[in-house]
Design a binder for this molecule. Structure first.
Ligand code: ADP
Ligand code: MG
Length: 289
């Protein structure tokens, strides 16, 4: 209980926000108390969950840049807003967050800001999901430092694996320097298009590189998933029977059916990175799990 999941991939447009919102909503519909932390200046998780960014007087920017940890935690409590989905709360982000890199540049323990702010709040929730932006900068490091698990959405497109070895190295670094308990929950294949051979090829390649760590259920390309945010609703609420909603529901079930099996599991990211440290890219790593 109280587990924190960071949804990370430094590429933009791969489905991080869609995944964060919908897994969070699935958990809430399942009766869990869920906190969705928006750690991307674009604030798409905030608006997608139906929270009006223009009405906010404080946001994750204030939490991340507060002068001391006690104040951060207090501010986090203060900014958390309920959504129309019972059980789902959001810690919202606005565009100010884009300036937090600068504000944090010379501050002490800047990588641990979120972790400290969440220390108490996380215990009020069964699950906390952190949506991150398209970079491996200080905000994403904060998300990794605060998390127990990493979820990596991977778009079934050309260059899907590009950048993943760098991401795994950063996870490894955070684990060794900041957060020894961090583990890879798994990769979620997104925007899968069954009409294209490419989608199948990418799915196969990702599975070869993350043996046993890719959720079986693929998220299809589905227009309802793209529409839902403009109604400020998770797709599992907007259109619960559409293919995209059902796919997220199934990934959610896999994720939590898997939870007990994962307890005590070895940290897979480390193995993938270290197994073949000589090789320059992720292709060719793994395969011995
Ligand atoms: P990220 O947060 O990684 O930048 P998003 O979740 O915002 O990615 O997704 C990028 C865009 O693709 C958004 O417009 C989103 O609505 C759309 N999208 C995401 N997943 C799907 C999908 N499975 N099918 C169709 N559109 C999708
Ligand atoms: Mg996003």
């Amino acid at each position: 209980m109280g587990d924190v999941y960071a949804v990370v991939n430094q590429k933009g447009g791969v489905g991080k926000t869609t995944t964060s919102i919908n897994l969070a909503a699935c958990a809430a519909l399942d009766g869990k108390r869920v906190l969705l932390v928006d750690l991307d200046a674009q604030g798409n998780a905030t608006s997608g969950a139906g929270v009006d960014r223009s009405a906010l007087t404080a946001s994750m920017f204030d939490v991340m840049t507060a002068s001391d940890p006690g104040e951060s935690a207090e501010l986090l409590h203060h900014i958390i807003a309920p959504t129309n989905v019972v059980g789902l709360d959001v810690a919202p982000a606005t565009i100010d967050l884009a300036g937090s890199d600068l504000s944090l540049a010379n501050s002490i323990a800047r990588e641990m800001r979120l972790s400290r702010a969440l220390a108490e709040v996380r215990e009020e929730y069964d699950i906390t999901l952190i949506d991150t932006g398209p970079s491996l900068g200080i905000l994403t490091i904060n998300a990794l430092a605060a998390a127990d698990w990493v979820i990596v959405p991977i778009q079934c497109e050309y260059y899907a694996l590009e950048g993943l070895s760098q991401l795994l190295q950063v996870i490894d670094l955070v684990r060794s320097q900041l957060n020894p308990d961090l583990r890879l929950a798994g990769a979620i294949l997104t925007m899968f298009d069954a009409r294209t051979r490419l989608s199948f090829e990418v799915a196969e390649e990702v599975r070869a590189n993350f043996p046993g760590r890719v959720y079986d259920r693929l998220i299809p390309r589905n227009v309802r998933l793209a529409e839902a945010p403009s109604y400020g609703q998770p797709v599992v609420v907007y259109d619960p029977t559409c293919a995209g909603a059902q796919a997220y529901q199934q990934v959610y079930e896999e994720m939590f059916a898997d939870e007990s099996a994962r307890t005590g599991a070895r940290p897979v990211g480390v193995d993938i990175v270290n197994e073949d440290a000589e090789s320059g890219d992720i292709a060719g790593r793994g395969g011995s799990d």
